[in-house]
Design a protein around this ligand. Structure first.
Ligand SMILES: C[S@@+](CC[C@H](N)C(=O)[O-])C[C@H]1O[C@@H](n2cnc3c(N)ncnc32)[C@H](O)[C@@H]1O
Length: 270
């Protein structure tokens, strides 16, 4: 895999959709970091024009779709690749919101139809981020804005290092280096862009708390390089020991490196 998101070829999007659909019922209970990262993105949003079209790409359970609708007093379209997430979101949201199954790399939206695109912690799952950015550019009206955040290299580095010490396998999704993300942003054709990285370090009493949380989020490892079969007890003991070496006073650390990005389509860009 290269650095284009989680993996370029190897990850089957159906697997990603199935994993998130399965996690729909548990996601909100464990999505504390996802909430604060998404709220930080919300705080960066420009005011869209009056009567604008808004969409939330990779909306998951719809938390930020509803937040956007409330903040701007407008209906917002929620798009996600996982039907289970969309069902969950629809059941918990006002009827004024619409939900559509869609891939961020192939949006079912007309060109130049949207004023503001929001996407929180979804695009790291796209094997071809340039394609997702090209789609965002296409569907935005001139003067429109895409606001998204994504995970970059260094995320879950402690878990990755611990697994490497155990068996040398890829057990943690790979995230692109910041410099590569910046290059893709510069090449995406937008008139202006801005990218800032936030570091979040969470702490866990036990390794199992972290791994259960990743599963409940639907965000556990889907890389093709992962070894098949169950995690043997001996390997789990090895993993626990390797992670324990990194323990801090507050507990076992898990770092998330979050890039918060704004992309602006120029008024003269079609
Ligand atoms: C970590 S969740 C974030 C959900 C929501 N944005 C939030 O902040 O709570 C990632 C979401 O992205 C969706 N997703 C993954 N790949 C996608 C793709 N190619 N197109 C659209 N959605 C995708 C997943 O199904 C999942 O619902």
């Amino acid at each position: 895999m290269g650095a284009a998101g989680v993996s370029s070829e190897a990850i089957d999007k159906r697997q990603i959709a199935a994993s998130f659909s399965r996690a729909a019922g548990t996601y909100d209970q464990v999505a504390e970091l996802q909430r604060s990262v998404g709220n930080n993105l919300l705080a960066r949003l420009p005011e869209p024009p009056f009567q604008s079209q808004l969409a939330d790409i990779g909306c998951g359970t719809g938390f930020f779709t509803r937040a956007l609708a409330e903040r701007f007093g407008r209906p917002v379209l929620g798009l996600d690749i996982a039907e289970g997430m969309l069902r969950y979101a629809r059941d918990r949201s006002p009827n004024s919101l619409d939900w559509v199954a869609a891939d961020a790399e192939n949006l079912p939206l007309r060109s130049a139809s949207q004023d503001l695109l929001f996407s929180s912690l979804a695009l790291q799952w796209c094997p071809q981020l340039p394609q997702a950015l090209a789609e965002a550019f296409r569907v935005l009206r001139p003067g429109g804005c895409m606001a998204f955040n994504t995970l970059v290299e260094g995320t879950l580095g402690e878990l990755r290092d611990a697994w490497l010490a155990v068996d040398g396998f890829v057990h943690v999704n790979r995230f692109m280096p910041l410099t590569q993300l910046q290059l893709l942003l510069a090449q995406a054709g937008f008139a202006r862009w801005h990218c800032e990285v936030e570091s979040h370090v969470l702490h866990y009493g036990q390794l199992s708390e972290l791994t259960h949380e990743l599963k409940a989020l639907g965000a556990h490892n889907l890389n093709a390089g992962r070894p098949s079969g169950l995690t043997g007890r001996a390997r789990l003991r090895g993993l626990t020991a390797a992670y324990e070496v990194q323990r801090q006073a507050a507990g076992l650390p898990a770092t998330y490196q979050v890039a918060q990005v704004l992309l602006f389509k120029g008024l003269d860009q079609v």
